[in-house]
Design a protein around this ligand. Structure first.
Ligand code: UT7
Length: 331
């Protein structure tokens, strides 16, 4: 996993649905306030898809935007990876649906289920396929429609999440740039802290599971918060060590967008000033596996990612899982 040189991002794109749900809108359905949500999370509004739109639909738009950006034809793709916890259905995979939608007739395709860390895992898997010589062009997508699995009566969770998709094409790039190192990890012993309990083989869909709301997100927010604060620092230090870099050598941080307090804690521990950190959770909330590619795409379009700069991407999520990578931008 270590020392992955000369594989980088050559195309990037994203998509965010148009419909905005503000904190004020949420006060009409749960006992909450704009003040509480902004102070405790930093979120002001989020975007949600309509009833007809699925994860593959928004993943497809993000994919097309990334291909256009990189001037890459769909039939040139060798592999499509979709990181998601909100697939269209259990099978076929959302990646196969996207493959058909964009006409990537030569690509293998599969989903990655790693919660909010999924996009970083996807980058690592894609890079390793290229490094091994198996493939040349890999499309990695993070896409979620979390609005479909949120319990809109649970104020502990419904205020946090939103819908969106981001995508990157990976290819070989100039020696010494691209991904410098990866750090991935998981701790299944705490998996119970963040789950969607029903709908799988443990609790197949039934009248009881539906009436007890077991197909929606359950989370022990306080415990996940503590884990996030600890692991964001730990994996960041680990990924720096793997690249033989030190704290002062991070130029820009694109963190998983879950809670502004988690991001600020990581920023301080990594000794970065506020202008070196990308934050968009005020507009979108937590997009799970889509949060990093959407943020990266926005930062790129705003001209914040300069060639030669070292960018740290870091995420944590259900599993529990975590992942980070250092990326020397060269696009
Ligand atoms: O991507 C990975 C997924 N998840 C996360 O990253 C989430 C990590 N955790 C968090 O971000 C925070 O723990 C939350 C934002 C979820 C909650 O913030 P907190 O500061 O940890 O609040 P808390 O859970 O300790 O709750 C404090 C109080 C409770 O009331 P009592 O028991 O003190 O009377 C909650 O019932 O705030 C109450 N509360 C709310 N009040 C108004 C919980 N949700 C709300 C709400 N509006 N929406």
């Amino acid at each position: 996993m270590n020392n992955i040189y000369s594989i980088g991002i050559t195309g990037i794109g994203s998509y965010i649905p148009e419909k905005i749900v503000t904190n004020k809108d949420l006060t009409k359905i749960v006992d909450t306030s704009d003040k509480w949500i902004v102070e405790r999370t930093g979120i002001k509004e989020r975007r949600i898809t309509d009833d007809q739109t699925s994860t593959s639909d928004i993943a497809t738009i993000a994919a097309k935007n990334a291909l256009k950006d990189g001037e890459i034809l769909p039939e040139e793709l060798d592999l499509i990876l979709v990181a998601t916890v909100t697939p269209d259905m259990a099978f076929p995979s959302t990646a196969c649906i996207v493959q058909d939608n964009i006409g990537a007739v030569n690509a293998a395709a599969f989903d990655i289920s790693v919660g909010c860390s999924g996009f970083i895992y996807g980058l690592s898997v894609g890079s390793n396929f290229i490094k091994a010589g198996a493939y040349k062009k890999v499309l990695v997508i993070g896409a979620e429609t979390l609005s479909k699995i949120v319990n809109w009566e649970d104020r502990n969770t419904c205020i946090l999440f939103g819908d969106g998709a981001g995508a990157c094409v990976l290819e070989r790039c100039k020696e010494g740039s691209g991904f410098l190192s990866f750090d991935l990890g998981s701790d299944g012993s705490d998996g119970h802290l963040l789950t969607q309990p029903a709908g799988g083989s443990r609790l197949p869909a039934s009248y009881e599971t539906v009436s007890n709301n077991l197909h929606t997100i359950k989370m022990d927010g306080r415990e996940v918060f503590k884990f996030a604060v600890r692991i964001m620092e730990k994996t960041s230090i680990e990924v720096l060590n793997k690249a033989n870099l030190s704290l002062g050598e991070i130029d820009f941080l694109v963190p998983h967008q879950a809670n502004i307090r988690i991001i600020q804690s990581a920023r301080k521990k990594l000794k970065l000033t506020e202008d070196k950190v990308y934050v968009n959770l005020d507009k979108y909330g937590n997009l799970s596996s889509a949060s990093i590619p959407v943020a990266l795409d926005e930062a790129y379009r705003k001209g914040l990612l300069k060639n030669g700069k070292v960018i740290l991407l870091v995420a944590f999520g259900a599993g529990l899982t975590w992942g980070s990578t250092l990326l020397k931008w060269n696009k």
